[in-house]
Write a new protein. Structure first.
Length: 146
């Protein structure tokens, strides 16, 4: 099922806010395939930030090659984003996972990945509460437009 415009808006708001930092870091943002080697799964995140040199010519990347992965929940996939993808992204070393939970109207940032999940959790923060994104981003994300 295609994402709604409200869903797409949340991803685009994040992309706009992190854009200047991405350019300084030499990164690209998009929703390209992320492979999970050794499993039959692959994910297409709502937004992933990756180094420019990895994005060019790549078919699929690995979660540990990203700087940030963003998933925006929908009624049909909320539990998958909250539980399954959070665990798998951690298992495959994605350093930062931002969950924009539209049903709960809150954002949670997960970091410090391990085999059993993320070991650091910042949130949930209600929409409208600034959310600090750590280095290499080093900015406060304005969540009021989600």
């Amino acid at each position: 099922m295609s994402p709604t415009w409200d869903h797409e808006n949340a991803a685009d708001v994040i992309r706009e806010q992190i854009g200047p930092v991405m350019r300084k870091l030499g990164c690209r943002a998009g929703s390209g395939n992320l492979d999970l080697p050794g499993s039959s799964n692959w994910y297409v995140p709502d937004l992933a930030v990756v180094p420019r040199e990895l994005a060019k010519g790549a078919g699929a990347l690995l979660p540990d090659q990203t700087l940030l992965i963003v998933e925006v929940t929908s009624d049909s996939n909320g539990d998958t984003d909250r539980v399954v993808k959070r665990r798998r992204y951690a298992e495959y070393g994605a350093p930062l996972y931002l969950l924009v939970d539209r049903q709960q109207r809150a954002c949670t940032l997960y970091s410090v990945p391990g085999n059993l999940g993320y070991t650091k959790v910042d949130g949930p923060h209600p929409f409208g509460t600034p959310l600090p994104l750590p280095e290499p981003f080093g900015l406060e994300l304005d969540t009021s437009e989600f």
